[in-house]
Design a protein around this ligand. Structure first.
Ligand code: UD1
Ligand code: CA
Length: 447
């Protein structure tokens, strides 16, 4: 990557009316975090000297999402050229390359931006480098007017002639500009056009008029997808997921049906992890080496240590910690609980606000009753304990190490180490009772 001085301006003042949302467009998430954060990560990798994000009035959430980058407020949306001008005071006398990005184009790669910066710092030293692309459907994108010596102008679709509208090369919106010329170019942009906006795209023709050279670099249509609607948000999500799956596999995880696994931007997978079909990772999940995850599991905010076996159909919620070699089976929900080494919770259980000691065995249908309607309380299950099926452990309660709880018990008091805890109705048998009952019923029917 280039070592020349770099500043970045990100335009994000639009609400994105077509999203039909109360949230600013750039706050809509991709792989579990606001789309603007994806872009900011790409920007950070370029190690710019300064970053300024142009936001609209009242967009404090955007300012928080991009911190520590500076934000400036564009009070009136008068166009992309006007928006860039709002960053002037924040950039001061910066005279290196200024890269302009759009907050709603979050899939850009550092590799593509690197090529633009190389071009900008190359022998022709162009005043403006534009990132062009050839979308399948060029629609209403601005068009690049290209001549022998590079880029001549950008025409907005609304202002273009029929001939210009037929040009295949479109403006992605991404530009790298010479900081020494930028402000003088922007100050000369007018708004005498179809939208009465100050178009940033006019800088190309203005720079050419000054006798400066302008050029373009081509990018992939996929990474230049702009998000303007919920449908485009879903398309962008698909691209991000494809990238995350490829990274996961390149990192040594097996995804038997990659298209059905949904990853989060921060999902951490160890080596030789095997993930079956239809597994969803929410934010904050880390998985150690050699973990097996069978199909249809849902995870968020949890840690799974080396060699554990999870699923199928397991749900791990925030604060679940599954230690080495533990087994979590089907229809088991774990929340804010540690399942220590080699412990097993294999069937139909809810374990919340609890510790399950090493090698303990939790029978089918065990429930930790952690909530009494007012407070959450803790259940402590000692190492090697055995909880019989269909038991309710009413917290706060502790089951000692090596203790056994009889199946079907409702445990409301602590069970000592190595004791048997039993709390259920006593068994009673009435010989012949069922037959007498049926006979009585039949004799009434026949009357
Ligand atoms: C812009 C380009 C067009 C290009 C297209 C690619 C101009 C004049 N046109 O058109 O050539 O093909 O993007 O997607 O630049 N914004 C502000 N303040 C403003 C106006 C816009 O911050 O006053 C921000 C928006 O929030 C958005 C970005 O700038 O992130 C682009 O604005 P938008 O109005 O969507 O531009 P397009 O008409 O799509
Ligand atoms: Ca747009």
């Amino acid at each position: 990557m280039s070592t020349a001085k770099l500043a970045v301006i990100v335009l994000a003042a639009g609400m994105g009316t077509r999203m039909k949302s109360n949230h600013p467009k750039v706050m809509h998430p991709l792989a579990g975090r606001p789309m603007i954060r994806h872009l900011m990560q790409t920007v950070a990798a370029l190690a710019p000297e300064r970053v300024v994000v142009v936001v609209g009035p009242g967009m404090d959430v955007v300012a928080q999402a991009v911190a520590p980058a500076a934000t400036v407020v564009q009070t009136e949306r008068l166009g992309t050229g006007h928006a860039v001008l709002q960053a002037k005071a924040a950039l001061g006398d910066f005279d290196g390359t200024v890269l302009v990005l759009y907050g709603d184009t979050p899939l850009l790669t550092g590799e593509t931006l690197g090529r633009m910066l190389e071009n900008r710092n190359g022998p022709r030293n162009p005043a403006v480098v534009v990132l062009g692309f050839r979308p399948v459907d060029a629609g209403e994108y601005g068009r690049l007017v290209v001549g022998g010596e590079g880029l001549k102008a950008i025409v907005e679709w609304k202002d273009a002639t029929d001939e210009q509208r037929s040009y295949p090369l479109c403006n992605s919106g991404v530009m790298a500009l010479d900081g020494k010329r930028l402000w003088s170019l922007l100050e000369r942009i007018g708004n005498d056009n179809a939208k009465n906006e100050y178009y940033l795209t006019d800088v190309v023709a203005l720079a050419r008029g000054d006798g400066a050279c302008c050029s373009y670099v081509q990018g992939e249509a996929e990474e230049l997808l702009g998000v303007n609607s919920r449908a485009e948000l879903a398309l962008a999500e698909a691209v991000v997921q494809r990238r995350l799956r490829a990274e996961a596999m390149a990192g040594g995880a097996t995804l038997t049906a990659p298209d059905t696994v949904w990853l989060c931007w921060d999902t951490e997978l160890g080596q030789d992890v095997v993930i079956g079909p239809h597994v969803v990772f929410g934010p904050g999940v880390s998985v150690g080496d050699t973990v097996t995850i069978k199909g249809f599991c849902h995870f968020e905010g949890c840690r799974i240590e080396k060699g554990a076996e999870i699923g199928p159909f397991a749900r791990l919620r925030p604060g679940a910690m599954i230690d080495e070699g533990a087994h979590i089976g089907n229809f088991v929900e774990i929340k804010k609980a540690t399942i220590e080494k080699g412990a097993k919770v294999n069937h139909l259980s809810y374990i919340g606000d609890a510790r399950v000691g090493a090698k303990a065995n939790i029978g089918a249908g065990t429930i930790t009753c952690n909530y009494d309607g007012f407070d959450k309380s803790f259940t402590d299950i000692g190492a090697g304990a055995f909880i019989g099926s269909n038991s309710s452990l009413v917290a706060p309660v502790s089951i000692g190490a090596g203790a056994i709880v009889g199946a079907g018990s409702t445990i409301t008091q602590n069970v000592e180490d190595d004791a048997l805890g039993l709390a259920r109705g006593r068994f009673e048998q009435k010989s012949g009772w069922a037959k007498r009952f049926r006979d009585l019923k039949n004799s009434r029917k026949n009357k």
